[in-house]
Unconditional design. Structure first.
Length: 95
């Protein structure tokens, strides 16, 4: 996976250009309307993350135990790189 690929914590940047030209208010609007979901492979122990599609092809990620907590925002290309790396086993513990 590209070392430069990294999600951004919601509210971490004051410069809208670092969020694809969207301002913090637009991010808040997107997050307020977000439809969050967990993987069907999640266990019932609460150790899960939730994802939500946002405008512009972005993806938001949060801890399911802390729904009011921080949110990571990924561009479409960042999310695709991450999902591809997971599918390729790049994050497997036993390699």
């Amino acid at each position: 996976m590209d070392a430069g690929m990294a999600g951004r914590a919601y509210g971490a940047h004051d410069d809208a250009s670092q969020r694809g030209g969207k301002g913090i208010e637009a991010d808040r609007d997107d997050l307020a309307r977000a439809f969050w979901r967990k993987s069907t492979h999640s266990y019932g122990n609460g150790d899960c993350v939730e994802t939500a599609p946002l405008s512009g092809g972005r993806t938001a990620v949060r801890d399911s135990k802390d729904k009011a907590g921080p949110v990571l925002l990924f561009s479409s290309s960042e999310w695709s790189a991450f999902v591809g790396a997971v599918k390729n086993g790049e994050f497997d513990l036993l390699q």
